[in-house]
Design a protein around this ligand. Sequence first.
Ligand code: FES
Length: 167
Amino acid sequence: MSAHDTAPHTPVFTGVVRAKLDVVLARYPTKRAGLLPALWMVQEARGWISDDAMAEVAQVLELTPAYVKGVATFYTMYHLHPVGKHFVQVCTTTPCNICGAEGVAEAFLKHTGCGDLGATSPDGKWTVIEVECLGACGFPTPVLVNDDFLENVTAEKVPEIVKKYSA
Ligand code: FES
């Protein structure tokens, strides 16, 4: 169990989730090909992917835990520790930064109560991080709130955005 685990692991791949994984696996010639979707299913079910969950994925897909961990740690889209209900990613790469992206990130930290980048707010609702180019350089500042892509976000618009997602 990792330092971030707070409760004993209960299996993810049972019932509906296992059935969903079986549908995915039927598309591929090998179980290993289902690794990325399997990790995604864990994250959807639990909000993040613990070491114990990686071990379960390894067992289900007949892989080694080290192989699963190597893949999970490669992709930034997988959360390897608990995050808030709303995961906010702010592009602060130079083109967005010269248009005020740093102020947008600071506004999110202030209005969500996160305090620091990567930290989760005391109410467990928010985690804010800075990311590299989100591919929307013409619409600074782009922000991802979970799967929602927001463009032209300014520091002034942040309180309204936080209010909307908090409702
Ligand atoms: S630099 Fe911000 S989206 Fe490209």
